[in-house]
Design a protein around this ligand. Structure first.
Ligand code: NAD
Ligand code: ZN
Ligand code: ZN
Length: 235
């Protein structure tokens, strides 16, 4: 129970009560909102019938309270809640990236496809360590291959915006995760999370280099899916 709140308390923070549920199904359990939750698993027994349906405050989608609590319990329980229908994130989503360092500087070269500006090089460094309670195998060591990892962005207005958002993503531990590498098959290792990076300067044979005209917009979309937008990081 992060921040001392139970899963039910976390979920309720993002809900308004619905006194008269509409004649629709809950899209988590596929049962009528006006009836009981179809969820039969553990951890939701104490939730009373009187407050059984809630409306998410930001997007308005409605679910059984028990279904949302069960969904929250199946996630990484970071105090945030993502609407399963429209993906709106309530609260601040954080990840399980292990400790490390993110640095960046400008280098005086132009990336293929960005001839009019210099280049931002980001350097991520994460050492191997021991998995914490937020990882899938707490107490077990994890490896960290190929660090420092170098990544490139054009030093343009949009590139600098992506950098600002990546710095927020780093603080929220969303750039890397610990798991099984899809490239190498190694388990219990540091892997990229859901925000794509260009680790090659030129030569885009692998998909990890430039030119790639859609790259910055793709990254902005991926950051948005993690709840990180420009509005988030204004002072
Ligand atoms: P992964 O293979 O599980 O993939 C996760 C995501 O990262 C996927 O979306 C994938 O497309 C992307 N990705 C994979 N390789 C990438 C790369 N080189 N550059 C940018 N994005 C990449 O994630 P992973 O295991 O963290 O990535 C594998 C990469 O890790 C290798 O290509 C290499 O850069 C590095 N690595 C280096 C060594 C080494 O000893 N030098 C060993 C293992 C891995
Ligand atoms: Zn339900
Ligand atoms: Zn929604």
């Amino acid at each position: 129970a992060r921040k001392g709140k139970t899963p039910e308390e976390v979920v309720k923070r993002y809900l308004q009560k619905v006194r008269n549920p509409p004649e629709e199904d809950c899209t988590i359990c596929m049962e009528a909102l006006a009836g009981p939750s179809g969820y039969k698993g553990p951890g939701v027994g104490g939730i009373s019938r009187a407050e059984s349906v809630g409306r998410l405050v930001q997007c308005g989608h409605q679910y059984h309270l028990q279904c949302l609590v069960a969904m929250y319990n199946n996630g990484n329980k970071d105090g945030s809640l993502q609407c399963p229908t429209c993906k709106t994130i309530h609260g601040v989503k954080t990840g399980n990236q292990p400790p490390g360092k993110m640095e960046y500087h400008v280098i005086p070269h132009s990336l293929p496809g960005h001839p009019d500006c210099k280049t931002i090089r980001i350097i991520y460094n994460i050492p191997p360590g021991i998995q914490g309670p937020e990882h899938s195998n707490p107490g077990k060591p994890f490896t960290a291959r190929g660090f420092p990892r170098h990544c490139y962005l054009p030093d343009s207005e949009k590139g600098r915006k992506v950098l600002r958002l990546l710095l927020v993503a780093w603080d929220r531990r969303l750039i890397f995760s610990v798991g099984t590498s899809s490239t190498t098959g190694e388990s219990d290792t540091v892997i990229w999370n859901e925000v794509h990076h260009k680790t090659e300067f030129g030569s885009n044979l692998t998909g990890h280099g430039y030119p790639d005209p859609g790259h910055l917009d793709n990254v902005l979309e991926e950051l948005k899916a993690q709840g990180i937008t420009e509005e988030e990081c204004l002072p």
